[in-house]
Design a protein around this ligand. Structure first.
Ligand code: MG
Length: 248
């Protein structure tokens, strides 16, 4: 009997570790040849890897166009203060046109096996955040990508707004200060925290899992950190080196 229990414990640990899944951070841009983060090419690269998902950042131009870009600025232009017409005059460093969310989602739809991890960036006011959130969800629904999309944000307002509009959509909070219990109480689905937060709070991954929350960590670009998180049974890691981590 003891042997069976031990065997089951080992087996469950193996299964638990095997369940850690890989998300490419801003697409897979550190590829051969390298490309620009958050570009269509970086998403195409991620699609070739056969991993869980690919993350990207959503912002809104002054005239209300949703675009994919990490920084507040595109070149010298502040995205939220510039019209799309002016922004698109400047190409990405790989020569692509400045990507709209619509163009990005069209590419994402070509491979339904790769989840789209949509990060909605915080905006200057809650009202603007709510507008970006509402428009993003509408576009995803119009394109019938609901089942392929999950959401993350540093803004608790954005996270709660998504759950208010679409209670079934999966939402993870990025900012790191809320405990698993607080995440649960806010009605969110999970925590996607910087790995240093999990190192400082070594019980959080198991607590989150016990509460049925999704556990995810960014930006895990080190195999040793990946192993440490995997040993704790983390569900997902978000990384710039998805090609290297996917076989570890
Ligand atoms: Mg991001």
């Amino acid at each position: 009997m003891k042997k069976i229990i031990l065997g089951l414990a080992v087996l469950s640990t193996v299964i638990m570790k095997a369940q850690t899944q890989i998300i490419a951070h801003r697409g897979y841009f550190q590829a051969q040849p390298p490309t620009t983060e958050n570009s269509i090419a970086s998403l195409e690269n991620a699609q070739k890897l056969k991993i869980y998902g690919s993350e990207f950042d959503v912002r809104m131009t002054k005239d209300g166009v949703l675009v994919v870009n990490h920084d507040e600025h595109h070149g010298e232009m502040e995205i939220s203060e510039t019209s799309f017409k002016d922004l698109e005059k400047l190409k990405l460093s790989n020569g692509e046109k400045f990507p709209t969310l619509k163009d990005y989602l069209k590419q994402g739809k070509k491979d339904s096996s790769l989840k789209l991890i949509v990060e909605i960036k915080p905006a200057k006011t809650p009202e603007i955040e709510n507008e970006i959130t509402q428009k993003t969800l509408k576009m995803i629904k119009d394109m019938k990508l609901e089942g392929q999309s999950e959401y993350i944000s540093f803004s608790l307002n954005v996270c709660k707004q998504i759950k208010k509009l679409e209670p079934k959509f999966k939402v993870q909070y990025l900012n790191g200060e809320l405990s698993p219990e607080q995440i649960k109480n806010e009605g969110l689905d999970g925590m996607d925290y910087h790995y240093s937060v999990f190192q400082k709070n070594p019980t959080w991954i198991s607590e989150a899992k016990a509460l049925g929350l999704i556990t995810n960590s960014w930006t895990v670009n080190d195999a040793a950190v990946y192993q440490e998180l995997k040993n704790q049974g983390i569900g997902f890691v978000t990384t710039n080196i998805p090609d290297q981590l996917k076989n570890k």
